[in-house]
Design a protein around this ligand. Structure first.
Ligand code: HMG
Ligand code: MG
Length: 301
């Protein structure tokens, strides 16, 4: 099993989509550029969803035009349909992510479609992406619980993940959208999916609503996954998932992985500094415990 864990940093998208205050486009660009200098290999830069649904990211094209993309880093962007794909491509995106859920109730609130309808909408996106040589990541949300339906059967998670993989998604990110999972359940969920989709094609995406995200990711790393999504400063949350709160903080994840003897390629000092900078932009203290612990004394006053 590889000692390298690839982190997909999602603060510029998942982190900023849920902010009540508008963040300036220049700050969004600065965030991506700062993250690019930390050694991260994947940074989800923004989202080309409907600006009526997520006004926070209406400036996606400006963000893509402003960032300085570095070699060796992928900058996927979220797209819900062909219109989003076309906007993303016009803005220069060369990797996209489609998203659906294991729960019908959440999917209806989030993208106004059933699971099957959402997959129908992805078909033309996947076809075009294949022709354009664009890699597509696939998200499955609510893998450990749904804010509207409650329990989500494992069989539904496996079915949706397998379908996205069959359709050509190079990586399937399994999302605990509302952070209700606990380590044993997270591990069981991952292993159930890995029985149908190769572990190398899986990623985990934990929100930290109940404080379980770090424990969950540790359990999944021990079970063999080698890609994890997280957001600097612990930002994040889905506006259409009642009760969803921040993602697992990237600083906490990196600190833990390095402590487990695993490599990430990430400079933790630079990442923590970026997290504190972002928290300052958002007008609060960082949501990362590691970020706080590593802060110079004067920053804590
Ligand atoms: P709809 O209203 O059913 O769609 O929304 P529609 O096709 O009827 O379009 C309505 C209007 O939106 C039209 O404009 C379209 O042109 C426009 P109008 O004619 O009214 O002026 N439109 C678009 N505009 C720009 N870009 C587009 C686009 N598509 C349509 N791509 C839709 C359906 C999917 C568009 C909508 O529900 C939507 O955008 N939802 C996005 C919700 C979202 O972004 N949620 C957060 C991301 S998911 C997440 O956070 C979970 C994750 O982190 C993993 C986890 O934690 O579990 C990934
Ligand atoms: Mg999320």
């Amino acid at each position: 099993m590889s000692d390298f864990v690839r982190i997909v940093e999602v603060a510029p998208r998942d982190g900023l989509q849920n902010e009540s205050a508008m963040v300036a486009t220049a700050d969004k660009i600065a965030l991506v550029d700062r993250l690019s200098a930390t050694g991260l290999r994947g940074i989800e830069a923004t989202s080309f969803v409907s600006p009526k649904w997520v006004p926070q990211l209406a400036d996606a094209a400006e963000v893509m035009a402003g960032i300085e993309r570095q070699p060796g880093i992928s900058y996927p962007v979220l797209v819900p349909n062909l219109q989003g794909y076309e906007r993303a491509r016009a803005a220069g995106a060369d990797e996209v992510a489609v998203f659906t859920a294991a729960s019908e109730a959440f999917n209806r609130k989030n993208i106004n479609a059933s699971i099957d309808e959402s997959i129908e909408r992805f078909m033309p996106v996947l076809e075009r992406a294949r022709a354009d040589g664009v890699r597509v990541r696939g998200y499955v949300s609510t893998v450990l619980g749904c804010p509207y339906q409650g329990e989500v059967p494992l069989a539904d998670v496996v079915r949706v993940a397998r379908r996205l993989h069959e359709l050509g998604c190079h990586e399937i990110s399994l999302g605990d959208t509302i952070g209700v999972g606990t380590p044993r359940k997270a591990r069981e969920m991952l292993l159930a999916v890995a029985a149908e989709v190769p572990m190398q094609a899986l990623a985990v995406h934990f929100h930290d609503t109940f404080g379980q995200a770090l424990a969950n990711v540790a359990a999944c790393i021990e079970a063999g996954v080698r890609v994890a999504d997280s957001a600097v400063a612990g930002t994040g949350g889905c506006p259409y998932a009642r009760g969803a709160s921040g993602n697992l903080a990237s600083e906490d994840l990196v600190y833990m992985l390095h402590g487990m003897g695993l490599e990430t390629g990430v400079d933790l000092e630079a990442l923590a500094e970026t997290g504190r900078w972002l928290a300052g932009v958002l007008g609060r203290t960082t949501g990362s415990k590691v970020g706080r612990a590593m802060a110079p004394q004067q920053d804590l006053a």
